[in-house]
Design a protein around this ligand. Structure first.
Ligand code: G6P
Length: 367
């Protein structure tokens, strides 16, 4: 009913708008006196020090969170990370021993493939930790430790606030590990914590500008194909941006590592093809500018997304979207919001059944 949707037309819109609160509810109970406190988990500093590898296992958008988490854990905690979709992981006999941690990410806590992968790890006596939204779900119950996302119930099939809170837990956990491992300085530790605490306000700032994204959606809702490109964290972001768009608007979209375009996918770019170029990482900004020029030379219309200081993106991009400044590792938490809104408005302009897209389920409990 309209009341359940809090005055919004769709649950997805309501859930997008709830993100500042969901992220705050997830972060704030875990930060006390400037320190990350994860007192519900049994994992000790000694155990964390023994991990030589982390396997992150999930499906769908939760897998995309895992793709970001790889960069974050490797950068902050210096532990090698492998990310896999659960339906692949469970059948590939991954090398697992007491030096690995299996980190499982799931909104529902009931996804069949993810649950099976978790059980497989447990059978081998491997340490497991899960990031779950639904309290008391199977994955939460079966993991050695669980850290809950406090997103509240998510109704729309396309995940938004669960994704954002999963990402927030990834940051909490990676900074927590880094502190125990001594891979970041005390100054970095406090700086990361305060930047994490600034997330809800910065997300609100982006949401306050949603009309701009609505306008962009009005320019592109008839698109046949959309390509999302980025490098490193922005590539991981591209995967989620592309999935959001295709799942609710039925527009064909692909995410590509920007440097890989030239090995095939650029052949699909023609006059007027929309390319959404994510360029939030400073060290890769110039590389992204080159990729934008490459696709423009083939007729693409480029929508560039970067941080506020990088106004020079407008020299190449036809349209530009900006997110507030923040430490680079955490920028996905901001950059995902315009991508969610873009998908939402495009689907809405096409008259799609946004909360219940065809052929999709909120939770996939069969293989
Ligand atoms: C389904 C949903 C996705 C979700 C995926 C994994 O495909 O439509 O939004 O990302 O399952 O679900 P989970 O509950 O494990 O996060």
């Amino acid at each position: 009913s309209a009341a359940e949707k809090g005055g919004y037309q769709h649950f997805m819109a309501k859930e997008i708008m709830e993100q500042p609160k969901a992220v705050r509810d997830t972060i704030s109970p875990r930060i006390q006196d400037g320190k990350i406190v994860l007192d519900k988990i049994t994992l000790t500093a000694e155990q964390i020090k023994r991990f030589k590898k982390i396997y992150i296992v999930a499906c769908g958008s939760a897998y995309h969170v895992g793709m970001i988490a790889k960069y974050v854990f490797e950068k902050f905690a210096r532990i090698p990370v492998e990310v896999d979709v659960a339906s692949e992981f469970r059948y590939r006999q991954p090398i697992m021993d007491d030096k690995v941690l299996v980190l499982v990410i799931s909104q529902s806590g009931e996804t069949a493939d993810t649950l099976a992968a978790l059980r497989e790890a447990k059978n081998l006596g491997v340490r497991t930790l899960s990031i779950v939204n639904v309290v008391g779900s199977s994955i939460a119950n079966d993991s050695d430790d669980v850290i809950y996302t406090w997103a509240g119930p998510e109704i729309a099939v396309a995940t938004t606030k669960a994704y954002s809170t999963q990402l927030a837990v990834v940051y909490l956990l990676a900074i927590y590990f880094a502190d125990k491992l001594g891979t970041i300085t005390a100054e970095e530790y406090s700086s990361y914590i305060s930047q994490l605490q600034s997330l809800p306000d910065k997300i609100s700032e982006i949401l306050a500008n949603k009309e701009q994204i609505q306008y962009l959606a009005s320019q592109f809702f008839n698109a046949k194909d959309v390509f999302f490109i980025g490098r490193n964290l922005d590539y991981a972001m591209s995967l989620e941006g592309s999935l959001k768009l295709k799942e609710i608007s039925y527009i064909h979209s692909e995410a590509y590592a920007a440097g890989e375009l030239k090995h095939g996918t650029i052949s699909l770019v023609e006059d007027g093809t929309l390319v959404i170029a994510l360029a939030t990482q400073d060290a890769l900004f110039d590389k992204m500018i080159s990729n934008m020029k490459e696709v423009k030379a083939r007729g693409a219309v480029v929508l560039g997304l970067t941080t506020k200081q990088n106004k020079k993106i407008e020299q190449v991009a036809d349209y530009a979207l900006y997110v507030p400044e923040l430490c680079e590792m955490m920028l996905p938490s901001l950059a995902v919001v315009p991508l969610q809104l873009f998908a939402y408005y495009v689907a809405s302009m096409k008259g799609c059944d946004i909360d219940k897209p065809r052929n999709l389920a909120k939770s996939v409990t069969v293989e």
